[in-house]
Design a protein around this ligand. Structure first.
Ligand SMILES: Cc1cc2nc3c(=O)[nH]c(=O)nc-3n(C[C@H](O)[C@H](O)[C@H](O)COP(=O)(O)OP(=O)(O)OC[C@H]3O[C@@H](n4cnc5c(N)ncnc54)[C@H](O)[C@@H]3O)c2cc1C
Length: 405
């Protein structure tokens, strides 16, 4: 049976906007289009898996941070924090829509080399200039605030405890989708398997069912499968599925205060989850492109790498018990770990909404708003998101995000 709000087949054979992928990015865009007073076009969202069991949105760690290395990414997260805290008003005052809070225990980056400490110092300047509240902490200051760490080898930390930590991204996704559906955006179960292109225009998309849908604009919001969707249009997109592993665990002796999202120099990160549970995350080593349908856990990674790192950094984590675990995929932009947003320079009605590389959940409100502005007005009107355009990909010019987890 199809979930509520989905249909089996499109009701028409032509739409102004066809969005491929209806998880948080596709649904954010759909909702923002319905918000625009100047847009009255028809919108179809095509989603291959309406259960949403296998998308990145369902496997996220759902955190937000201000500690980025580029001002634009800081501004994007600031917008998200304000947007979600006022979600009800932003969604028209509907009493069913909650305001969301940020559990802002902060991200604590730990540097064990002077070179990385310099990166944290440089990032802090960018963040402060953008209005964030990042603080640099010496090892003594870290020990005073969080006595549970073993700080052997650590030379500096950086933390920001305003609008940085856990938030409920799943609820935001739910309301983007429900509200878009209620306002007439059609969600259909189906997989886009092909496109027809005439020169610099996509004419139509074809679904696995055989249906062919003509489109004014087509949006690639296919998450880790984005490169395959771009290839259907004859376009190259350097975005790969990369597996990211998550474990939830309890500790025999819980910490006496909230654990910030701690980014160990090894790359392993760990944060408070529930009152007495913790969440740890890691990539594999090596970290190759994966099949987007591969959800196998790597148990050796926990035993041989993640747990030893945790127990060294936080000795109380010597005695812990895994409660649950999962793996999901980053849509990893191999050029610069940043979003690719907006039209292809030569195929202008093919729009990217891709490559969020592990920070897409928190970027979904600004990306949806920006792309809706572009579709409606052919320009960004609130935040200028031009730096994310495909032009840099074509030119091979990285807009490096130096603070990727
Ligand atoms: C382990 C992990 C932890 C993360 N932690 C964070 C975090 O703390 N903070 C943060 O901001 N971000 C985080 N992220 C990243 C965030 O989850 C993603 O950036 C975000 O969910 C991407 O949303 P999306 O809609 O682009 O992609 P997805 O959620 O993957 O959605 C894409 C959708 O497209 C559909 N689709 C694909 N191909 C087709 C097709 N051909 N036809 C029809 N439909 C198609 C899929 O079924 C899917 O539903 C994390 C990701 C992972 C994996």
């Amino acid at each position: 049976m199809l979930p509520k709000g989905f249909s089996q087949a499109p009701s028409r054979d032509s739409y102004d906007v066809v969005i491929i992928g209806g998880a948080i990015m596709g649904s954010s865009l759909a909702w923002w289009l319905t918000e625009s007073a100047d847009f009255d076009g028809s919108v179809l969202v095509v989603e291959r898996d309406p259960s949403y069991l296998w998308c990145s949105t369902a496997h996220t760690n759902s955190c937000i941070r201000q500690q980025f290395s580029t001002e634009l990414n800081v501004r994007i997260s600031q917008f998200t924090a304000e947007f979600i805290k006022n979600l009800r008003a932003n969604m028209g005052g509907d009493e069913r829509v909650p305001n969301l809070s940020v559990q802002d225990y902060g991200y604590l980056y730990l540097a064990d080399t002077e070179a990385f400490a310099d990166v944290l110092r440089a990032n802090q300047k960018v963040q402060l200039a953008a209005g964030a509240e990042t603080r640099l902490l010496t090892p003594d200051q870290i020990a005073a605030a969080y006595p549970f760490y073993d700080l052997d080898g650590i030379v500096l930390g950086s933390i920001n405890t305003r609008d940085e930590g856990y938030w409920d991204g799943g609820t935001l996704f739910e309301w983007f989708r429900r509200k878009a559906q209620a306002r007439g955006v059609e969600y259909v179960q189906g997989e886009v398997t092909a496109m027809t292109r005439t020169g610099g225009r996509i004419d139509s998309v074809t679904l696995a069912s055989g249906d062919t849908i003509a489109c004014g604009q087509v949006v690639n919001a296919a998450g880790p499968r984005a490169a395959g969707v771009a290839a259907m249009a004859g376009l190259h997109l350097p975005v790969e599925p990369r597996k990211r592993y998550t474990w939830i665990f309890t500790a025999e002796t819980p910490l006496d205060r909230e654990l910030p999202l701690t980014i160990d120099p090894s790359g392993v990160h760990v944060r408070q989850d529930g009152p007495t549970t913790y969440l740890a995350g890691s990539k594999g080593d090596p970290d190759p492109a994966a099949d987007p349908g591969d959800f196998h856990m790597d148990h050796g990674l926990w035993e041989n790498h993640v747990w030893p790192v945790l127990a060294t950094r936080i000795p109380q984590f010597e005695a812990i018990r895994i409660v649950t675990e999962w793996t999901g995929h980053y849509a990893y932009n191999t050029l610069d770990q940043n979003a690719v947003l907006g039209p292809h320079p030569e195929v202008e009605n093919f729009l990217f909404m891709n490559g969020f590389s592990g920070h897409g959940l928190q970027q979904s409100p600004a990306m949806g708003r920006g792309l809706a502005e572009w579709i409606t007005h052919h320009e960004y009107r609130s935040l200028d998101l031009t730096p994310f355009s495909y032009a840099r990909v074509a030119a091979g010019e990285a807009m490096v995000e130096g603070a990727v987890i």
